[in-house]
Design a protein around this ligand. Structure first.
Ligand code: RIB
Length: 310
């Protein structure tokens, strides 16, 4: 089995369900707050584990109860957590999340230990990178570390996948050269390319990323599905699944993980994206980040049901 490595963030999500997302200056009241393991990197690793992959997570946590919750969730999902680094002085990352009645979220991340993941941590784990087949990144850990690790992964001829979330103010142009597959959503695509309303100019925006050095581009467009353009400039539009969304948290993270797993199994980009589309369709119908991620059996059952309904 091919080996996946996720390098990135781990957070404990403090989630409140609200009727509407508060606007500036507004105070709103809700009933309760749930603490759920999250973080874009950890969500990707958790999804890969639940979907049956051989996956390792490299990231930084504090020595606190939040890290214990996170480690327990990842271990239960089958993720190798032996390469997590523990910091004495920083707390594990936290995320404050509101989810409104439409299932849309707003997220504030308190970086904590995530901000300390360093080039030294990458150097300490070069053998791990060397032994992996696909290395997956997001951008909630220092950009210099992502750049350094992606460069190393490429030197070792690994497949590099980037979920460019959150998009930084200044995206390091050099990073594009080390990315095989990038998976922005439509907002992120606009921020990366400077193209307004990228949904109306998909090909132009995607070609802009390809000119910078990326090979394959997948754009998740919410209820408008997924647009992909591969290294041979073949394009494809995969329609969205019709579902009642209750919480979109971790849908993108799970999509990326599911895509990676299918590619590791030798599926085409199109086949991998179709599978990933099913996975994120399930995720949005459930509450929370790692709590919403399905197992492989659940996804297979879901696909069977959908195919029988056609
Ligand atoms: O993508 C969702 C994730 O973003 C949440 O779990 C939160 O921790 C933030 O990292």
């Amino acid at each position: 089995m091919k080996k996946l490595l996720v390098i990135g963030s781990l957070n404990l999500d403090c989630v409140v369900n609200v009727d509407h997302t508060p606007v500036a200056g507004e105070t709103i009241i809700c009933d309760s707050m749930n603490m759920i393991p999250g973080g874009k990197g950890a969500n990707q690793a958790c999804a890969a584990g639940k979907l049956g992959a051989d996956v390792t997570m490299l990231g930084a946590v504090g020595k606190d109860m939040y890290a214990d919750i996170q480690k327990s969730s990842l271990s239960q999902a089958g993720v190798d957590i032996s390469h997590l680094v523990e910091r004495d002085k920083e707390s594990t990352g936290l995320a404050i999340i509101t989810v409104n009645a439409e299932g849309d979220n707003s997220i504030i991340v308190i970086q904590g230990a995530n901000a300390t993941l360093s080039e030294k941590d990458i150097d300490d784990n070069l053998e791990l990178i060397r032994q992996s087949d696909i290395v997956i990144f997001q951008l909630e850990v220092p950009l210099e570390t992502v750049l350094y690790a992606a460069k190393k992964a490429k030197e070792f001829e690994k497949t590099v996948i980037l979920d460019p979330a959150p998009v930084p103010k200044e995206f390091p142009e050099e990073l594009y050269r080390y990315i095989d597959i990038i998976k922005p959503n439509e907002t992120e695509l606009g921020m990366l390319t400077g193209i307004d309303n990228p949904e109306q100019h998909l090909k132009e925006a995607v070609d802009c990323l390809k000119k910078k050095g990326v090979k394959d581009v997948l754009v998740t467009l919410g209820d408008k599905g997924v647009y992909l353009e591969d290294k041979n400039s073949e394009t494809e539009r995969i329609p969205a699944m019709k579902v009642q969304a209750v919480d979109t948290t971790a849908a993108g993270d799970s999509f990326t993980a599911a895509l990676a797993i299918m590619l590791a199994e030798g599926k085409s980009l199109r086949e991998a994206a179709i599978f990933a589309n099913y996975v994120s369709a399930i995720v949005v119908t459930r509450k929370g980040a790692q709590s919403s991620i399905p197992t492989l059996e659940e996804v297979k059952r879901y696909i069977e049901q959908k195919e029988m309904a056609v």
